[in-house]
Design a protein. Structure first.
Ligand code: AQP
Length: 349
């Protein structure tokens, strides 16, 4: 199968409470990339179950993330939108990558350390092997570009290491089967803009996260105008006025976070926001930020709420997307198994 020169893949976990960080760090980029690239956007439900999920919640949040994709402007007719568990090639390739990735590589993953915390022995094997599944998600489509938030950078580097090791370990076989010098591309992370790591509204040193027990730590895409305004008003700040230059944000994580959020929502830079609000108190800035957040997120939340009331439509989108995804991932897996020497009589002519 011919390798694509430009193909985007990314995913979002259906673990509830899609928030401003997911939106600014990832989903807005998903939308803009549609004009330039062939895009594949996945609701990564197999990743979600690396920690226990209530089955009814998993089904609901899978539809909710799909609704968010569409409400934010992803076009499932032109691109591919599906949930991971429907396309078996993800899990199959992940197993092969389990045999390629080294324990030492995975032992260095900071997200596992953060998520497993002090209870490493009780964490699922899946949580530890998560980055191998992420590599499989991307490489099952031989994707070349991956828009993600800053927190996924290390996993993307691991994906590149796996792709490279596969290309080297099987170089002779790749060549002898006519695939050229390498089979997998080394996918490029796309981590850009003023809000690639949106922080908690309660603690500027902690990432905004779906699983944070405090709902005041994040702005959910489905929050109504009152909730958004309240959360912004209650967001932690410091007693100093806003600086006039970006350097003045150093060591002021909460101020830096809010300015970054404003800049991203207004499609501009932190410098520009500080030109406007520098020297002023947080109260006026927070009011303007709340208004802007409501203006940007309000229509998305309303559309998500409308879409989730039509599960048959969402399920059809996921079904059609999975069919299109299999048409790419199936032949890639066939190539990979040929390269690795698996006998595949069913597929031979
Ligand atoms: N705070 C963030 N700032 C910028 N980008 C973020 N992303 C997540 N949090 C932020 C990006 O959103 C995409 C989807 O993330 P995910 O749902 O797959 O998993 P996650 O990174 O583990 O997100 P959460 O919200 O922290 O979920 P939980 O609490 O379930 O672990 C990714 O591109 C991610 O970088």
């Amino acid at each position: 199968m011919k390798a694509p020169t430009h193909r985007v893949f990314s995913g979002v976990q259906p673990t509830g409470n899609l928030h401003l960080g997911n939106y600014l760090g990832a989903i807005t980029r998903f939308v803009t990339l549609q004009d330039e690239f062939e895009c594949i956007y996945c609701v990564v439900d197999l990743h979600a179950v690396t920690v226990w999920q209530d089955p009814a919640d998993l089904a609901r949040t899978t539809r909710e993330v799909t609704a968010a994709f569409i409400a934010c402007g992803i076009d499932p007719k032109k691109h591919i939108v599906f949930n991971q568990s429907q396309v078996v090639q993800h899990a199959e390739l992940a197993w092969l990558f389990n045999c390629i990735a080294r324990m030492g590589w995975l032992n260095r993953m900071t997200q596992f350390k953060e998520k497993a915390g002090k209870h490493k022995e009780n964490a699922s094997v899946g949580l530890f092997a998560y980055p191998n599944l992420m590599a499989a998600d991307i490489l099952a489509y031989r994707a070349t570009h991956v828009p993600v938030g800053e927190d996924q950078k290390q996993h993307l580097e691991l994906t590149r290491d796996i792709a490279q090791k596969f290309n080297i370990d099987y170089a002779k076989s790749i060549d002898s089967h006519g695939f050229g010098e390498t089979y997998f591309p080394l996918p490029e992370p796309l981590i850009q803009g003023p809000a690639t790591r949106v922080m908690s509204l309660r603690d500027g040193t902690k990432k905004m996260s779906k699983s944070d027990p405090s709902d005041y730590s994040r702005i959910n895409l489905t929050d109504d105008a009152d909730a958004v305004a309240l959360k912004v008003r209650k967001a932690k700040t410091d007693p100093e006025p806003l600086p006039s230059e970006a350097e003045g944000l150093a060591k002021r994580p909460e101020a830096e976070n809010l300015v970054g959020i404003y800049a991203a929502l207004a499609d501009t830079t932190k410098e520009e926001i500080l030109r406007q609000f520098g020297g002023g108190q947080f109260s006026a800035f927070k009011q303007a930020l709340a208004d802007l957040a409501v203006e940007r997120l309000g229509p998305i939340g309303a559309e998500m709420n409308r879409l989730v009331k039509d599960p048959a439509y969402i399920d059809q989108v996921l079904h059609d997307g999975a069919e299109k995804a299999r048409l790419i991932a199936g032949p890639v897996l066939h190539d990979v198994k040929t390269i690795m020497g698996f006998v595949q009589p069913r597929l031979l002519k």
